[in-house]
Every structure is written in C-alpha cells, then in structure tokens.
Design a protein around this ligand. Sequence first.
Ligand SMILES: [Zn+2]
Length: 224
Amino acid sequence: MDFLQDLPGGSPPLTRAHKDRDLGNLLYSSDSDDMATIREPESKVDKDKLDPEVLKNLEMHQGFMRQAINVAEEALAGGETPVACVLVHNGEVVARGMNDTNRSLNGTRHAEFLAISEFLAKFPADKLKETDLYVTVEPCIMCASALRQYGIRCVYFGCGNDRFGGNGSVLAVNSDRGLEEGYPSYGGIFRKEAIMLLRRFYIQENENAPNPRAKGNRELKPVV
Ligand SMILES: [Zn+2]
C-alpha cells in the first residue's frame, strides 16, 4: 500500500483518484484524518435509527451482518481493507466475500464481486433474485450496479460510504430509474462495528507505512 504515501495531503480529488490510481485500492481509503470515506452524510442518515423494516426482524439481520463482520475481521487480519459480505438464500449463508483489491491489485475484486462469483459457481444466476446481501459497508456504485443487474432481492449494509456509495450516499443506483428493476436497501446494521474495522485498518496502514506522513495524532477514535 505504499502508493498511498505519495498522495497529496487531504483527500485526493475524485478525478485524480479515478484517473491515476487503482479505484479499488482507493475505494475505502482516504486520508483517515478526515475519514471522508466512511463518514455518513449527516442529513441523510439518522445514525441510531434503523428502518422499521429492519426492526421487524432485527435479530435475524444482526445475525447475518455479524457473519459479514466476522469475514471482515479475517480481511483485516490478512492486510485487506476490512469490507466483507455474505449472501443469504432461504435463511442460509450460501456465499461470502471479502475485499481483495490490495492483494490482487485488481480494483474490481470487491467483496460483493467475490461473493457473487462464489454464488454463481454453485447456483444459477436467477437464484440471486431470491437472495439477500449483507455487507459491512454500503456497496460502491460499481457493485450497486452489478447487484441490480443480477436482480438481488435486498441489500443490508453496515455503514454508509459517502465517497463512492451506490445505495444512496452518492448515487442511488439501487432505486434510480433504470432498465432493470431496483432493489431495496437498508443501512445501519452494526454500523459502528463496520466503521471501527475500517479505522483499525487505517491506523495499521499508517503504522506500517515506510515513510509515515507527519500527521501526528492519528489515534483510534472510539466515538462514531
Ligand atoms: Zn464495490
């Protein structure tokens, strides 16, 4: 991840990030001082309020999101950006995915794509229409679009992604007008845990950097 070191101070402009850098590696990465990537837009999200639809079956949703969080922990342990997901069909986890962009240097290897690949190795694509996704971070625009094209039934996510989020934070790819039918999306399940995983990753990245930037006080911020 040493390519992050020569980014200019502050958040790199989006255009530069897209043009010069591997999108996947920047997707959840930013100057962690401002934590722009994982800060949810205040106006759009009531942080402690989950959608009534989620509250109807909260324990079940938390159970599946917990499994996604556990996979993200594995990603963190392996030096990957800790974003992970599970696909659930008929009440069972049938596929998992974790971000793999750092190891592979392939910006398309997001958690959702890996889970979809695992799913498609076992089941016909049509079955995704009866399948729900639980992902620790709001899907990016690329993944949100792929999920829509596959007809995912519903998406549940932990924290929002106000830099690249495709389920409402930047674009609402899940529900905008489009050729394919959209899908419902609910955020906020284990939101704080999802954010803390990312913070732990950024701190670890900073400590491992060969030439750490002189930012001084980059400690774990427990308040989310
Ligand atoms: Zn993505």
